[in-house]
Design a protein around this ligand. Structure first.
Ligand SMILES: *[C@@H]1O[C@H](CO)[C@@H](O)[C@H](O)[C@H]1NC(C)=O
Ligand SMILES: *[C@@H]1O[C@H](CO)[C@@H](O)[C@H](O)[C@H]1NC(C)=O
Length: 378
């Protein structure tokens, strides 16, 4: 009894210390429920890392590096690149677009995920992840992977939206609203809507072989009015793993910026997601991974279709063609009064894992068209 009492006193002490720490900590350990907002500089920056293919750390070698690099290259190089690019860009949100771990080489999915996401977690920057087609190939199912991811520190990932959980396909469908600058009149309005979707792994329809696709239920959820209507006509960005067939419309010449060096590994049939996006008109850009040596953006019917380019060293790639990450920045309009308005433009560039973390392929993905009368357009 005495022991119990001492324990409970000690518990109270620990709890109070914990609460004190929570109040003093600059960033809470759990980002769940945290509101994302544009910075006082009128910007919101997203860092996308596609296809880490993380396995077991130091014992996992690199694919497609120069033969001179082979001996001293492992998953730890993926970790080092992540730490460097986070430090260089200081994003407001980190997004992992799937194949975060390479299941078939993974001994323990929990250990691999802990190691794969470690630099993002250490940065204390909010981060999210969706799944690719390889994540579930070891000790955890897709549902178990997402259940684990959502409990990691500082993540805003969700398994599925509560209101749609009973009908939606996949695991890891959710949206995030980026609000106006804190203390401004737009602080409670979403100025940028981010959609994260589970593009699945492989078709479960017998007569349709190949990769999976974004299902009708997911498209329905993205544009359902209840119970969390997106406010106004804020522009949106969508992130998922497997490209849809419209990515096939571009080669290196026709893409705005970046390169194609392999085919588009989409599903063999078209589930109509691109058509849905064009019809709704709010999503200005789509960001995928999956095809590691493609890194272009191409515009089709007003929507930019962008590849992230392969990030991880245990992922296939191209020797001498650096691993890379994609950055996206949304900038707000500065109003005459000096306060920030809605989104003015959305820009992107890539960072290479070379000595200087070179910035390449900077481009504008979207500009808000001048509205109101008195604006002359040719
Ligand atoms: C991987 O990291 C090691 C240790 O820092 C380094 O010597 C090597 O050059 C890196 N390899 C690549 C391909 O970046
Ligand atoms: C935003 O919401 C908070 C909390 O509900 C409220 O206190 C604040 O007045 C609102 N600000 C504006 C500008 O609407």
């Amino acid at each position: 009894m005495a022991d119990n009492k001492r324990t409970s006193m000690f518990d109270v002490f620990l709890l109070s210390m914990f609460l004190v720490c929570l109040c003093l900590a600059p960033v809470p350990t759990s980002a769940q429920g945290r509101k994302l907002s544009f910075g006082v500089n009128g910007q919101f920056k997203i860092l996308q890392m596609a296809d880490m293919h993380y396995a077991n750390g130091a014992s996992t070698g690199c694919l497609d590096v120069l033969s001179s690099q082979k001996a001293h290259c492992s998953d730890l190089n993926t970790t080092a690149f992540m730490s460097r690019v986070i430090a260089a860009e200081k994003p407001d949100l980190i997004v992992f677009t799937g194949d975060n771990i390479y299941g078939s080489d993974v001994k323990d999915a929990v250990k691999s995920m802990d190691a794969a996401f470690a630099p993002a977690i250490a940065s204390k920057i909010p981060w999210v992840a969706v799944l690719g087609n390889h994540d579930q190939e070891s000790t955890l199912t897709r549902q178990e992977l997402m259940n684990y991811i959502v409990k990691l520190p500082n993540t805003l990932s969700q398994v599925n939206p509560p209101e749609a959980a009973h009908y939606i396909d996949g695991f890891g469908n959710y949206n995030l609203e980026i609000h106006g600058v804190a203390e401004s009149s737009l602080q409670n309005k979403s100025l940028l809507n981010l959609y994260f979707l589970d593009s699945g792994d492989y078709s479960s329809v017998q007569s349709l072989k190949g990769y999976d696709w974004i299902k009708t239920s997911q498209q329905f959820w993205e544009y359902s009015e209840e119970p969390n209507p997106q406010q106004g006509t804020a522009p949106g960005l969508a992130y998922f793993h497997i490209p849809f067939p419209e990515f096939d419309n571009f080669d290196t010449k026709s893409a705005t910026t970046g390169v194609r060096q392999e085919g588009t590994g989409s599903a063999t049939t078209n589930s109509g997601f691109f058509t849905t996006l064009v019809a709704r008109g709010d999503v200005k850009s789509v960001f995928v991974g999956h095809d590691h040596v493609n890194d272009f953006c191409g515009e089709l019917k007003g929507v930019n279709l962008c590849y992230g380019g392969g990030f991880g060293y245990h992922a296939y790639g191209k020797a001498g063609w650096e691993r890379r990450a994609r950055v996206v920045v949304a900038d707000l309009n500065k109003k005459g009064t000096g306060s920030w308005g809605d989104v003015k433009s959305i820009r992107t560039w890539k960072r290479l894992d070379d000595e200087h973390l070179s910035v390449i392929d900077a481009q504008v993905l979207w500009n808000s068209s001048p509205s109101g009368s008195g604006v002359c357009r040719l």
